[in-house]
Design a protein around this ligand. Structure first.
Ligand code: SF4
Length: 454
């Protein structure tokens, strides 16, 4: 639960404002600390005990856990609200594909290929599944390790390692430890034996209990042992139990500030449903109802895409329109005679414009100006797509170094910025008023490109 600055200030040394933290008073520092605007270490006069206490109080109610590494790292947890409309959900759930060591070589290959290839560009983002989950179903350690090695060598993805055999689990962990895999399951039966092995090489740990109550002493024990990247499985047997358990854990962490349950959760539609359609429906419930890792036995493009779109919708910040980065984008392989167009950075606008340009097969530069995620006309009305600001962007984005002509196409709907934009660009660019709608790009662009070449 959030703590007020007035409570924090009581824990501070209260030296005559020494300002060593960069704030005029301890109270100002406390207020900033409470809102997340500074860090505990900025005050050099805190005792170790107070520091630890403050860090604990200020820690997010649901721990941030990272599975995988580098660009394939999947971050989960750190959530602040029960319902999306209260603010926003922060980290979308990782979608994992189970690969059993009982499956034959061809099936293993097929699944690895599938997770690599099933990627869907969607309004400026790339939708895809995130993790592979090698599963020791056979009970044969050698077979399981061979599978883990195969997955490790074939992809850069993060992994969820699943084995009831502890030896096999930790040997598998050691194969891919640099990928920061999640090891699962640690239970009340194996936890004492597992703690030294976990501490030898810290990676995220999946805890499984027969109930939520059973998880509490396990998380407490691991936290005391310094193992804090935990993921919870309350052992739900069916969808009804799962919704109840996920809700309970979420509310305990966020509403009650109950630290022992302040961790992200993992769910296994792959073990809860017998047929593919039901599995997907169960999985889609977990997207809405707070699971942070969702493991599927299999999927294809028809079942995966709806899940990915659902995930995107639920985990898009409702306070801000979807936006793409401000820069120039190359569509096709443009050269120094290719057209240059400018538009705003609402993701849908960018997607429509770049798709329309791509459809003409005319390579071009599409310059996307930051307009706080607004469409062109709204951005202009809000003063975020003025001739002046577009001119500043065109000068700094570097597109001028890419082309030898100086003709810039603006959206027809904001034809009125033409004069101001020409002035902003010191009359070095000729401003061409393009089509009012993206549907007009097909008719406009090929002829315009021809003029530029000619
Ligand atoms: S450095 Fe510490 S003691 Fe000094 S003003 Fe800041 S919070 Fe107070």
């Amino acid at each position: 639960m959030p703590i007020a600055g007035s409570q924090i200030v009581k824990m501070l040394p209260g030296r005559k404002p020494c300002r060593d933290c960069g704030f005029p008073t301890c109270f100002a520092f406390a207020m900033k600390l409470a809102s997340g605007g500074t860090t505990v270490d900025k005050c050099p006069y805190l005792s170790e005990e107070t520091k630890a206490k403050l860090l604990d109080i200020l820690a997010p109610p649901i721990k941030l856990v990272t599975i995988g590494s580098e660009e394939n790292a999947v971050k989960i947890g750190n959530e602040e609200v029960i319902y999306r409309h209260e603010k926003t959900f922060v980290h979308s759930p990782g979608i994992a594909l189970l690969i059993s060591d009982k499956e034959d070589k061809a099936k293993t290959e097929e699944k690895i290929k599938k997770i690599k290839e099933l990627q869907f560009p969607w309004v400026g983002v790339n939708l895809k599944a995130d993790l592979l989950a090698p599963y020791c179903e056979s009970g044969d350690k050698a077979k399981f390790l061979a599978l883990v090695k195969k997955v490790y060598d074939s992809t850069d993805l993060g992994m969820v390692l699943i084995s009831e055999d502890m030896d096999a689990l930790f040997a598998a962990r050691d194969i891919c430890v640099d990928r920061h895999p999640l090891i699962y399951p640690i239970t009340k039966e194996n936890i004492d034996e597992a703690i030294p092995k976990m501490k030898a090489n810290l990676t995220p740990v999946g805890l499984r209990g027969e109930s939520i109550e059973e998880l509490v002493p396990l998380t407490t024990k691991l936290k005391d042992a310094g193992i804090e990247e935990l993921v919870l499985d309350p052992g739900s047997k069916n969808l009804l139990e799962a919704i109840r358990d996920q809700t309970f854990i979420r509310k305990a962490a966020l509403k009650q500030g109950f630290r022992p349950l302040g961790y992200p959760t993992i769910a296994f539609p792959c073990f809860m449903a017998k047929d593919g359609l039901k599995e997907m429906l169960v999985g889609s419930t977990f997207i809405n109802k707070w699971a942070a890792i969702i493991v599927f036995s299999d999927f294809d493009q028809y079942s995966l895409l709806p899940l990915l779109v659902q995930r995107l919708n639920i985990y898009t910040d409702p306070r801000f329109p979807m936006a793409v980065e401000e820069k120039y984008y190359e569509v096709g392989e443009p050269d120094e005679s290719s057209p240059v167009l400018v538009t705003s950075n609402w993701a849908l606008t960018y997607f429509l414009v770049s798709s329309a340009v791509e459809a003409t097969k005319v390579p071009a530069y599409v310059c996307v100006k930051d307009a706080e995620g607004l469409g062109v006309l709204t951005a202009w009305a809000a003063g975020k797509f003025s001739g002046d600001s577009v001119g500043t962007f065109i000068k700094k984005c570097g597109v001028a170094d890419k082309v030898k002509h100086r003709k810039l196409v603006i959206p027809g709907k904001v034809a009125r910025i033409k004069g101001e934009l020409e002035d902003a660009l010191n009359l070095e660019w000729e401003i061409i008023v393009g089509p009012k709608e993206t549907t007009g790009i097909g008719a406009f662009l090929p002829g315009f490109a021809k003029q530029l070449k000619g």
